[in-house]
Design a binder for this molecule. Structure first.
Ligand code: FEO
Length: 388
């Protein structure tokens, strides 16, 4: 459990959660890290803590650099407990420490832990002097909670970006150039799709604010630290936050007796005929949080369900609830499905896609089993709707 030196007198002292496979509903096949950073200056400063159960791991790492009882400042960039969960125990050790946080952070930490710690609230533009260094704060509300803020250490050109630019990726490597870049970017995309996607406007504003900063290192609160691929991840965040999409159709469905699946593949044939890449996502074999990775850049979102008990299948309802909450914009939707009688599912799916604000293709609704002729008609009609 070694601390990792990032620059002189600046260390990663977080924790690696190799075993977690579900982070509030988001599947984390590669595990998670909770990053905390220690700065040794005239004022000894810790930036964020770790999830409560990993507190001892963090304290052991800190202890190899400095006595944790000597910490002067604990900067809490975010109240969510994966970052603040170790505060109660740490504050018993670092009894003289001041908790530096946003006004909403102060409110949130008091509500979470019911402790009368020594707080200092900071706002955008405020500076905290550490001795040879100072940290400038920028509040970034709703990236991911109302209390979020980031800190910029000007002397070392490090942006402590909290949830922004994070990835759920457990590793012993700490930097972006120590792992295959495609894996890091894929996990950053999944993280964006499942955590940050609803807050595109706020992300764009935060990107504008930090655009003028000279940044050598972005140190997020999850995953590896960016030092070699900052232009790439910043460019991707600009694109994702603007809801810029690519010519990709994600076709999400569940099926009872394979009729809805047949329609899904007829839809795929139409997109492929038009040169549009497709992603077939059967909800029996794909987790909704993995599908959100596709949604980040997919222009077309097609969702299919047969009718069951006058409704859509529960798996499809779960996906649509998740999709609507994550609020992607500027997409085009298509509802489809088969039915025997009743046939309510397609309209119900379409209603949710409409509530998402998507433009819509004409819905595709088939009684019982579509034969080859009908499937060809579906493909041809949709090709016409997709256009040139
Ligand atoms: Fe990593 Fe919003 O907590």
């Amino acid at each position: 459990m070694q601390p990792v030196k990032i620059k002189d007198d600046i260390y990663w002292v977080g924790a690696v959660d190799w075993d977690i496979r579900n982070f509030h509903g988001y599947t984390t096949q590669r595990g998670v890290t909770y990053n905390a950073y220690l700065i040794i200056d005239e004022k000894i400063t810790l930036i964020d803590t770790v999830k409560g159960q990993f507190c001892d791991e963090m304290i052991q790492r800190i202890s190899q650099v400095v006595d944790p009882g000597e910490i002067d400042y604990i900067i809490s960039n975010h109240v969510e407990m994966d970052h603040s969960g170790s505060l109660p125990k740490l504050m018993e050790i670092a009894q003289g420490a001041t908790v530096i946080t946003s006004p909403r952070g102060q409110q949130g930490l008091k509500a979470h832990y019911k402790k009368d710690w020594n707080f200092r609230a900071v706002n955008s533009g405020d500076t905290l002097n550490l001795g040879k260094r100072s940290i400038n704060f920028v509040l970034t509300p709703m990236v991911h909670w109302p209390d979020n803020m980031v800190g910029y250490l000007a002397e070392d050109k490090i942006l402590f970006s909290n949830d922004s630019f994070g990835q759920h990726l457990a590793s012993s490597e700490r930097f972006d150039d120590e792992l295959p870049l495609q894996i890091v970017l894929q996990e950053a995309k999944k993280y964006y799709g499942n955590i940050v996607l609803p807050y595109g406007r706020q992300v764009a504003k935060a990107l504008e604010t930090v655009a003028g900063l000279d940044i050598e290192i972005i140190a997020p609160s999850h995953g590896v630290i960016w030092r070699s691929h900052i232009p790439e991840i910043v460019e991707l965040y600009k694109k994702w936050s603007a809801n810029e999409t690519e010519d990709i159709a994600v076709i999400v469905y569940d099926t009872m007796w394979n009729s809805t699946e047949k329609i899904a593949y007829a839809i795929q044939a139409a997109f492929e005929a038009k040169g549009i890449a497709t992603r077939m996502r059967n909800l029996k074999t794909n987790h909704i949080s993995d599908i959100m990775t596709d949604v980040v850049t997919a222009k077309y979102i097609c969702v299919g369900s047969p009718t069951l008990n006058n409704n859509m299948l529960p798996t499809v309802a779960a996906f649509l609830t998740y999709l609507k909450g994550l609020a992607p914009k500027n997409r085009k939707g298509l509802a489809f499905g088969s039915y025997g009688w009743g046939g309510q599912s397609v309209a119900l799916v379409e209603n949710v896609l409409r509530e998402c604000g998507f433009d819509l293709f004409e819905q595709i609704k088939v009684e019982y089993i579509p034969d080859e002729g009908l499937l060809s008609e579906i493909t041809d009609k949709l090709k016409g709707e997709i256009g040139a």
